[in-house]
Ligand binder design. Structure first.
Ligand code: TMP
Length: 205
């Protein structure tokens, strides 16, 4: 625990994967170890991002795929510069609910966008900065859909097939970047899922 360098950790997975609960548990665990944490999210972690989140999740009319892609990227550009980099430089551990891999999984694998182009655009949005560690919470798509419940946002309203493609996309990403991306079996109980997270974190700290 001597190394007090900041870290940027991202949490990914299909809607209903349980990552938000795990972020809270990890935040408490790190705080107990006297590590300063910042919990944030995409879309919506910055001031501008809050307005973009509202449009992205709740706009009722037609949204083109390209418009959707650029709104997520705009949110990311503002978020990385005003929240993430600043806090990591101050030595804090930034726990971010969704980041670059969401765009590849959702706008790429699920919507059918060109992955190479998305990689390039993600790189522009983040100024080339990458997470130190990424957790992908992998859960059976049918179970994830049940966890989401009845009140669904614009993306959650996409059907089972869409969310299966999202899941596939994340697993492909984990194969591509095994050093950065760790897949967590999120079909288990909250406690057992957290045990997997904690093991990886303990190795990194
Ligand atoms: P959440 O904050 O409740 O997870 O909702 C964010 C939604 O936005 C979720 O359905 C995933 C989706 N999303 C994308 O499609 N692309 C992205 O780049 C990001 C960050 C999120």
């Amino acid at each position: 625990m001597e190394n007090k360098k900041g870290l940027f950790i991202t949490f990914e997975g299909a809607d209903g994967c349980g990552k938000t609960t795990q972020i809270e548990l990890l935040k408490n665990y790190l705080n107990d170890l006297s590590r300063q944490t910042v919990v944030t999210l995409e879309p919506g972690g910055s001031d501008i991002g809050k307005s973009l989140r509202q449009i992205l999740l709740h706009h009722e009319g037609f949204v083109s795929d390209v418009c959707e892609l650029f709104l997520y990227l705009a949110d990311r550009a503002q978020h990385i510069e005003t929240i993430v980099l600043k806090n990591v430089e101050e030595g804090k551990i930034v726990l971010c609910d969704r980041h670059i891999d969401s765009t590849v999984a959702y706008q790429g694998y699920a919507r059918g966008g060109d992955i190479e182009k998305i990689d390039l655009l993600n790189n522009i949005a983040t100024q080339g900065y990458k997470p130190d560690l990424t957790f992908v919470f992998d859960v059976d798509s049918e179970i994830a859909q049940q966890r989401v419940g009845k009140t669904k946002d614009r993306l959650e309203k996409e059907g089972l097939e869409f969310h299966k493609k999202v899941r596939f996309g994340y697993l492909e990403l984990a194969k591509k970047y095994p050093e950065r991306i760790k897949v967590i079996d999120a079909n288990q109980s909250i406690e057992d899922v957290f045990k997997q997270v904690k093991k990886i974190i303990d190795e990194r700290l």
